[in-house]
Design a binder for this molecule. Structure first.
Ligand code: ADP
Ligand code: MG
Length: 451
């Protein structure tokens, strides 16, 4: 077939954009470029091995699935690093994650609308408050809740809701100034402003908006200058009756490491939580996702997916996409039987052990398993080892000395040090956070935990 690499990659990107949060989309794909497409192999280039690893681990299957349906033949993905590794030059992955587009406002994902957001008991208050807020901003009415603070654990729709507010306001009145950002991006933009030409333009930008949406404020932890700046921005906007909407993975009172005066402002308006969806809501979400993709999926298949995946909507959606791609690859109709193998197991699962954790971590970071017990201090290996130790402590009941014995007879102080290091890093390293969430979800779906 005469598909060009550019064409294939463009179709992949436009589909992918609808499937993953826009911040992740930008992080991973803003600099990727198509290099070649021949004999069922799509080759893309990325600037560094950090991106390569990330795309590999998180998105390979999805990309191959989409490319396979675009090209109507099985496609495998190959990722090449175009420039020498920049990792050593950029100590913080967080920086490298956002510098690409510093200064620009994050675009809203047009698919994140209220219409596409399925309501359930789990999110009723959050949706109602979001709609009322959007309406008040669009029509310049008195704001019912300011700020609106939406919280809930990962993958439950916080970003979708925040962006739906933005999209709805922009649709109703395109002259309203809407800014969506994340707390990490806000922080990095501020640092760049300070380094470059002072903060005047930065302040101007943020203090003139009608609606400021800040996603994931839990990552403000430890960022004093950013908290300071946000405090003043908040006061300015609130004082001139402009709307602020925030999201977080926990309620304001649990935001340890944030200045009290900031947290107290977060509580001025309404706190609305989002809980994991119940079975009926999961079914409704799956139907909505299948429909927006123009897919006709059997009730039985949706039901199996909804039964097996319960705590995270992103995972639910991911399983649907994976199931479809998988059935297509196998050239089989999509039935509960045909997708059984790719879903988390039901019933009695083996009890989680440190060996399971090591296997999963080694696979995730693509390093040889024995290295986790070994003495190598190479950065990737040392970090993977620390992650494995962290997970062993979090997910099993073992003491530090027993964990030490499992990791090449290390002393318990070494183990404690590794554990606290990861715990500390987790608070303000979104990428490590994502890695650990992925690992934890993978382990919890296959093994039973005694905690
Ligand atoms: P969070 O920001 O809380 O981690 P996201 O907003 O990124 O979660 O949601 C993850 C995925 O799940 C997105 O693709 C989003 O569209 C979808 N999603 C979450 N909740 C719902 C819902 N109630 N209806 C439809 N889609 C949802
Ligand atoms: Mg989010």
């Amino acid at each position: 077939m005469g598909d060009s690499p550019v064409m294939v990659w463009d179709s992949v990107l436009s589909d992918l954009r609808t499937q993953i949060p826009s911040t992740s989309f930008e992080t991973w794909f803003s600099e990727a470029q198509p290099l070649d497409y021949a004999n069922g192999a799509l080759v893309i280039g990325v600037p560094d091995s950090f991106k390569k690893g990330g795309i590999e681990r998180r998105y390979r299957e999805t990309i191959e699935g989409i490319a396979t349906s675009v090209c109507r033949q099985p496609v495998s993905l190959e990722i090449r690093v175009l420039a020498p590794s920049l990792e050593d030059a950029a100590p913080h992955p967080q920086e490298d994650e956002v510098t690409a587009t510093v200064g620009g406002t994050l675009p809203l994902n047009p698919d994140y609308t209220f219409a596409a957001f399925v309501r359930g008991e789990n999110n009723r208050l959050a949706v109602a408050a979001s709609e009322a807020t959007a309406d008040a901003v669009a029509r310049n009415l008195k704001k019912p809740y300011n700020p609106l603070f939406v919280y809930g654990s990962v993958g439950l729709g916080k970003t979708h809701l925040l962006q739906a507010i933005g999209n709805s306001v922009t649709a109703a009145d395109p002259t309203r100034s809407v800014v969506y950002t994340t707390s990490e991006r806000f922080a990095i933009e501020l640092i760049h402003a300070i380094r470059k030409n002072g903060t005047a333009a930065f302040r101007e930008k943020y203090r003139q908006v009608d609606l400021l949406l800040i996603d994931d404020v839990q990552f403000l932890k430890g960022k004093e200058a950013t908290q300071e700046e946000l405090f003043h921005t908040f006061n300015e906007l609130h004082g001139s009756r402009k709307q602020i909407v925030l999201s977080s993975d926990r309620p304001p009172e649990d935001l340890a490491g944030l200045q009290d005066r900031l947290v107290s402002r977060f509580k001025w308006g309404l706190e609305a939580d989002i809980q994991p969806p119940d079975f009926e809501t999961r079914m409704a979400i799956l139907r909505e996702k299948a429909m927006t993709r123009g897919l006709d999926v059997d009730h039985d298949v949706l039901e199996l997916i909804a039964k097996r995946i319960s705590s995270n909507v992103r995972a639910l959606e991911g399983a649907l996409v994976k199931a479809i791609a998988y059935a297509e690859l196998q050239g089989q109709p999509l039935t509960p039987r045909s997708i059984e193998g790719i879903l988390p197991k039901e019933g009695r699962r083996p009890r989680l052990t440190v060996s399971h954790i090591k296997e999963e971590v080694a696979l995730h970071y693509q390093i040889p398993l024995p290295e986790l017990d070994g003495a190598s201090r190479k950065k990737e290996i040392a970090q993977a080892r620390q992650v494995a130790i962290y997970l062993a402590r979090e997910l099993t009941e073992l003491s530090f000395p027993s964990i030490g014995r499992e990791f090449g007879d290390r002393d318990h102080t070494t183990i404690m040090h590794a554990y606290s290091k990861i715990k500390l890093l987790l608070a303000d390293t979104p990428l490590l956070n994502a890695d650990i969430t992925d690992l934890q979800e993978a382990l919890e779906s296959r093994y039973s935990l005694i905690r």
